[in-house]
Design a binder for this molecule. Structure first.
Ligand SMILES: Cc1cc2nc3c(=O)[nH]c(=O)nc-3n(C[C@H](O)[C@H](O)[C@H](O)COP(=O)(O)OP(=O)(O)OC[C@H]3O[C@@H](n4cnc5c(N)ncnc54)[C@H](O)[C@@H]3O)c2cc1C
Length: 344
């Protein structure tokens, strides 16, 4: 039996552990801070696709991973008895002007070509009451987008792993093949070790409002995600900060984001903010996931670089890593290879 140690209990580490367990490996997960202590403990949880145009490896990989989520999360939740809050309820985006309308129409065709029967990208003129007006009276609607509660999803997956005999430890010795899925911290350490900026944490701040829109699609407006959650709250996010002192501290930037959300979405105007959150997204230099041999630890592997779409990519990353580490089958897309990242 193949033995595997996964270092890191964020969404990447937990998903990889699950894919390895499913292949019959004996797996342990080690994280000094426990599950979802890093970026994966966030609050936004938008599982949203890239626009269906200028098709590339990353978009295809993300599409397949998002599609797989539909069966994956209900199965994990059934096993764990914990609700990840997953629901594929779609997303609306206002179309502000004629130029955006023309672009949206091209993307309808792009979705037909690149998404096929998997999901739709359409232009609609009817939306729920809480959605603010659009200048053209039209919105883009896609039904590939889903929402998930990041913190609960990690708890659900951790419990499912434990139910399948995979321990989640805060310390322990490596056993068997080692996969590092240690997020922003590992990227920073690798950059330091190799004396080059290969990636690090990009800070993001987000907030949760006391607004129950649980059966509604999410809204993407003026670079802001508005994500209704299953527990009757609505999250908004996020800031993008390259320079910061404390990755976990919220500040005036979040106040500004909250003010912007209230101004854009009147339904939020009088709702209380019930949680403020900040964390560091693992941003590799290539802005793409990174998979393959670890560049510093001999004989170990790495899976990192989820950046802004780590939850959207995790299932696909996990399958590729399990193929590689358990079965010795290398399906890593060239753009995501360690070598490409180190060279690029
Ligand atoms: C504000 C914000 C909003 C976001 N919104 C979305 C969104 O809407 N949709 C989406 O898909 N993604 C979103 N993301 C991105 C997503 O959260 C990340 O891409 C994802 O969580 C990364 O997962 P990870 O497992 O690689 O890293 P992490 O979750 O950071 O996990 C890394 C883990 O490694 C552990 N670790 C560190 N050092 C060691 C060590 N030496 N040994 C063992 N373990 C170690 C840490 O304790 C941590 O638990 C958002 C991120 C932020 C910050």
């Amino acid at each position: 039996m193949v033995e595997i140690t996964v270092r890191g209990a964020g969404i990447f580490g937990l998903s990889i552990a699950w894919a390895c367990v499913m292949r019959g490996a004996k797996v342990q997960v080690i994280d000094p801070h426990g599950p979802a202590a890093g970026a994966s403990g966030g609050v936004v949880g938008a599982l949203a696709p890239h626009v269906p145009e200028n098709w590339n490896t990353k978009k295809q990989f993300q599409r397949d991973s998002l599609v797989a989520a539909r069966d994956f999360w209900p199965m994990i939740d059934a096993l764990s008895g914990i609700d990840s809050g997953y629901a594929r309820l779609g997303r609306l985006q206002p179309i502000p002007d004629e130029h955006a309308l023309t672009l949206a129409q091209c993307r309808v065709a792009g979705a037909r070509d690149n998404w096929g029967d998997l999901a739709q990208w359409a232009i609609v003129d009817q939306v729920p009451d809480w959605v603010p007006p659009s200048a053209t009276g039209r919105w883009v609607w896609d039904d590939m987008t889903a929402r998930i509660n990041p913190q609960m999803a990690c708890r659900s997956l951790a419990a499912a792993l434990q139910a399948r005999g995979c321990p989640i430890l805060t310390q322990g010795d490596d056993r068997g093949r080692v996969i590092w899925a240690a997020g922003a911290q590992d990227l920073a350490q690798i950059s330091q070790h190799l004396g080059r900026d290969l990636g690090r944490g990009e800070k993001g701040q987000a907030a949760v409002f006391d607004l129950d829109l649980r059966d509604s699609p999410q809204l993407y407006i003026d670079s802001l995600h508005i994500t209704p959650h299953a527990d009757g709250t609505t999250a908004i996010g996020s800031t993008s900060e390259r320079n910061y002192d404390d990755p976990m501290e919220t500040d005036q930037r979040l106040d500004d984001l909250i003010a912007k959300a209230r101004a854009l979405v009147p339904a939020l105007a009088d709702c209380a903010v019930i949680q403020r959150w900040a964390g560091a997204r693992p941003r590799a230099k290539t802005r793409a996931p990174v998979m393959g041999p670890h560049p510093v630890y001999p004989d170990a592997f790495i899976a990192n670089g989820g950046f802004k779409i780590g939850f959207g990519m995790a299932i696909g990353v996990a399958e590729v890593m399990a193929d590689l580490v358990v079965d010795g089958i290398d399906r890593i897309p060239d753009d995501f290879r360690t070598e490409h990242w180190i060279k690029g």
